[in-house]
Design a protein around this ligand. Structure first.
Ligand code: MSP
Length: 666
């Protein structure tokens, strides 16, 4: 058995958990559960980041000590994860003594490598990011991520010689670790590579302007920069810096495969600073940094500082934990951003859970129960289409989940469920039983369908553990403690086992009634939370009217012929470079690869996208437009984007990242 270490970022305790935090934690939980399922020895870590300026500020505002803020909020995170069935093995708080020891040890090693020096430092600082920004990256003097004014800070800091590590980092990005790329997905790896190849500056790793932090060993009056402090949690939770190295030896490379799961906002810290700190300290780097996109609301990252938070509480009370876990995984293409909406949640719930898995399971179990007096069939069947579909699905699911392609893995489960549905529809056992009676053929048909569903339930275990266990129970199996890879073998459905009586696993959601009720409830808009910092955790997303159904195309609109439409040459392009056009609020200059060629396209999307969001992104362009000059730049084509109602903000058309650039769109 080999070992696998998976971590979430540690969450700032100046905020209560929202759906973005939940997403990261659920994805890490799915990874941990999948690896355990596959037989790996797993350590899964999460925790809270409790030092730094943000927490100090909140404490000052509330007239309490920073540790009280941390003590108030850390249990909220811990409690939510418990409620969500998150299977973490440890929960670290950076105010714990074990963590302080780890930080002191890594600094001792970095100091021994002569990578620290003292120097004056000044610049624009975003307190929410806890990071300095070059002036050119600010948008109207505000942080490009949080939209909050940056503050000019000047102080004497301890610096880390980050600039030394550029070549070793580039080598790491080039070679990867154990045959896998150091950063996943590839678009994010490219982003990190291009950042580092432009040259790295040394990094200030202490603060004198705040007190709430770990005292910097050897530099009185300085506290450790919150990111050097926070990143070290991944080691201190393994006992690094303590007398016992057992966990560290087992779960840190080279003995283990160590994966840090992070949002794209903190990729730079994990893929550049962290490996550089480790290299300096003479320690192995993690195996992989896996970076996901953001949940957005109204085109903006969901975050407390933006004030558009979505708290999970109401969706949980309406639909339960598993539907939310399923939705989070199913509706965000891993690595890209996704918009959170109640409609998307409900549509997904009805399509996959109520209709898909739920309906097929109840039909199959009900029919078997009727035919065999409340028991599973007594004759098995080993050669049938369901078995073929199950074996195909299992292979596809394992390959996809091993490579963090969760949506592909979920597709494999969906395919199996619909194959079972199709199989039952074509065999019509309910008709045959009336004319032929309960023949061996009827046994075989039901066995095949139920065994297929058992395998689907086993594949569901890492994603929706409670649903998986409930399905297995309904299929006549004893409530399982855990399921493992061995349970994917065909033929394990017990024969003549009692079937419990069944109510629908996922009752269909009445979408109209759901929204009607929300509208009558007249909840506060999501913005409320921004105005009232002490608002309760259960702020629901704003009510959204279901879209009115329109006829296909209003009669008055002029129509074009297919020939006219075909004159448009629409192509998939990949953005390889992007920069804002100076002196323009809206325009973005992009280098877009279309097949073999790279062309310049200028588009009015800079109010909604930052250059780094675009690099590596696939989009659709009109490739045969006549060139046009925009702010003196020749644009060869146009990117396609929806224009959002109300604001007119652009929202780029999404393309499956697997589609090669240059592919024709028609
Ligand atoms: N404390 C740092 C991390 C230190 S790790 C050594 C931090 N904390 S955070 O609470 O602000 O955010 C942590 C993570 O929450 C993000 O990286 C991301 O994984 C997740 N998310 C926060 N908002 C999010 C969305 N709107 N969407 C998806 N995930 C996001 O940064």
């Amino acid at each position: 058995m080999s070992s696998f270490y998976v971590t979430t970022p540690i969450y700032y305790v100046n905020d209560k958990p929202h759906i973005g935090h939940l997403y990261t934690t659920v994805v890490a939980d799915v990874m941990a559960r999948f690896q355990r399922f596959m037989g790996q020895e797993v350590r899964f870590l999460t925790g809270t980041d409790e030092h730094g300026q943000n927490i100090e500020k909140v404490a000052r505002r509330d007239g309490v000590r920073p540790i009280e803020v941390a003590d108030r909020n850390a249990p909220v995170f811990r409690g939510l994860w418990e409620r969500f069935g998150v299977s973490n093995d440890d929960f670290i708080r950076t105010t714990e003594e074990r963590h302080k020891r780890g930080v002191e040890e890594i600094i001792r090693r970095i100091e021994a490598a002569r990578d620290l020096y003292l120097a004056a430092h000044e610049g624009w600082y975003c307190a929410s990011c806890e990071a300095f920004y070059p002036e050119k990256d600010l948008v109207d003097g505000k942080c490009p991520d949080h939209g909050l004014p940056a503050e000019w800070q000047r102080e004497e800091n301890v610096f880390f010689r980050l600039s030394r590590y550029g070549p070793r980092l580039l080598d790491l990005y080039e070679k990867g670790v154990d045959g896998k790329p150091f950063v996943y997905p590839e678009s994010r790896l490219n982003e990190v590579k291009s950042f580092v190849s432009l040259g790295l500056k040394d990094l200030s790793v202490s603060r004198t302007s705040i007190q709430w932090g770990i005292p910097f060993p050897g530099y009185p009056g300085h506290v450790v920069y919150v990111w050097l402090d926070a990143l070290t949690n991944y080691l201190s939770a393994l006992g690094f810096g303590s007398e016992s190295s057992a966990l560290f030896d087992k779960f840190w490379p080279p003995s283990a495969h160590a994966v840090h799961l992070v949002g794209k906002d903190i990729l730079r810290f994990h893929a550049i600073y962290w490996p550089a700190f480790l290299m300096s300290a003479g320690l192995p780097v993690p195996s992989q940094v896996v970076s996901h996109g953001w949940w957005l609301r109204d085109q903006k990252k969901i975050s407390k500082s933006v004030g558009n938070v979505v708290r999970p509480d109401n969706l949980i009370s309406d639909f339960g934990i598993d539907p939310l876990r399923w939705h989070l995984l199913a509706d965000m293409t891993f690595g890209q951003d996704a918009s959170f909406s109640d409609e998307a949640f409900l549509a997904r719930y009805n399509a996959d859970l109520a209709n898909g898995v739920g309906n097929t399971l109840s039909r199959s179990v009900r029919m078997a129960s009727d035919a065999f007096s409340g028991k599973t069939p007594s004759i098995r069947c080993d050669v049938n289409e369901v078995r073929t579909a199950a074996e195909e699905a299992v292979d596809a699911w394992i390959a996809a989940f091993s490579g963090h392609r969760f949506q592909d893995g979920m597709d494999a489960i969906r395919r199996l469920v619909s194959a079972i549905d199709g199989y039952l529809a074509s065999r019509e056992p309910w008709k045959r039983v009336k004319t032929e009676g309960v023949t061996p053929a009827i046994h075989r048909i039901h066995y095949s369908a139920m065994e297929g569903l058992r395998i689907a339930a086993v594949m569901l275990a890492p994603i929706v553990p409670k649903t998986s266990a409930e399905m297995l129970k309904r299929l006549g199996l004893p409530a399982p403690d855990t399921v493992t890879r061995k349970d994917l073998r065909w033929g394990l459905l017990p024969r003549e086992a009692s079937l419990p009586s069944t109510s629908p696993l996922f009752p269909r959601a009445d979408i109209k009634a759901y929204f009607a009720e929300k509208v009558t409830k007249k909840e506060p808009p999501v913005e409320e939370e921004k105005k009232a910092p002490e608002a309760p955790a259960a702020v629901e997303p704003a009510a959204v009217e279901p879209a009115a159904v329109e006829p296909a195309a209003p009669e008055s609109e002029p129509k074009i012929s297919i020939e006219d439409f075909m004159k448009l040459d629409l192509r998939v392009g990949e953005v390889v470079a992007a920069e804002k056009v100076e002196k323009s609020k809206k325009l973005m200059k992009m280098s877009i690869r279309v097949g073999e060629h790279v062309r310049t396209v200028v588009g009015g999307i800079a109010t909604a996208y930052k250059p780094e969001d675009l690099i590596g992104r696939k989009l659709v362009i009109v490739a045969n437009l006549l060139p046009a000059k925009l702010m003196g730049i020749e644009s060869n084509g146009m990117v396609l984007a929806a224009s959002l109602p109300g604001t007119g903000e652009p929202s780029l058309l999404a393309v499956d990242p697997a589609v090669p650039s240059g592919t024709k769109v028609k």
